[in-house]
Write a protein that binds this ligand. Structure first.
Ligand code: 5RP
Length: 216
């Protein structure tokens, strides 16, 4: 199956998990772009959605999905999002679209966080680049403490977005994702990073040439 067909299959499987009245977190990216029409087509009643990016919010609204401010909901029944890497131990890398801070905030709020990917996202072990969101304030200091510009690449040409701070990528090998995640979380000036721990993830829906697989 070409990638888009697989993305659509994973997204359609995830859309089936949503029920009337649920509070739903909507991720960001090209796989989620297949989720939104699949969800809208179900015609569910009473959905309350929050979006992890302006792009998702706009598209969801166009499709008739009710999107609310995340300021109004402190619990979600389900959140559904894509990923850039999925490792066998359950670690994820997200943030290819630079939305990982909002995506993590929505994921931790949901009773179920469901990840939708096509088979090319499966990796043997998490590797760089790891997306970062950095504060603009004191950016040179943060970059120096992260290892300098050889280690951290700011996404040049990345359109400035009111959604996020400075989006960058931590290059190089990752080794132990838990150790790297802990170090990044403890670095002042790092808003958040794209490493998502296995405890965050309820289910990964992988669509590949052999069909759709649900990994719990
Ligand atoms: C955006 C993300 C995306 O979910 C991730 O990059 C996967 O995107 P796509 O579905 O386009 O491959 O984390 O910040």
């Amino acid at each position: 199956m070409p990638a888009d067909t697989e993305k659509r299959a994973a997204a359609q499987a995830a859309a089936q998990l949503v029920e009337d009245g649920m509070r739903v977190g909507l991720g960001t990216g090209s796989t989620v772009a297949f989720l939104l029409p699949a969800l809208a087509a179900r015609g569910l009643r009473g959905l309350r959605c929050v979006a992890t990016s302006t792009a998702t919010e706009q598209r969801a609204r166009e499709l008739g999905l009710a999107v609310e401010s995340f300021d109004r909901l402190d619990r979600l029944d389900i959140a559904i999002d894509g990923a850039d890497q999925v490792a066998p131990d359950g670690w994820l890398v997200k943030g290819g679209g630079g939305a990982h801070t909002r995506e993590k905030a929505v994921a931790v709020t949901a009773d179920r966080f469901v990840v939708i990917v096509h088979a090319e996202k499966l990796v043997d072990a998490i590797h760089g680049p790891v997306p970062l969101e950095l504060m603009r304030f004191g950016l040179p200091s943060t970059l120096r403490r992260l290892g300098g510009r050889e280690r951290v690449r700011i996404r040049e040409g990345w359109p400035p977005s009111p959604d996020n701070g400075v989006i960058a990528d931590l290059e190089g090998p990752v080794g132990d994702p838990a150790e790297v995640a802990g170090r990044l979380a403890g670095t002042v000036g790092v808003v958040d990073h794209g490493l998502f721990a296995p405890e965050l993830v309820t289910e990964v829906i992988v669509a590949g040439p052999g069909g759709v697989e649900h990994r719990h």
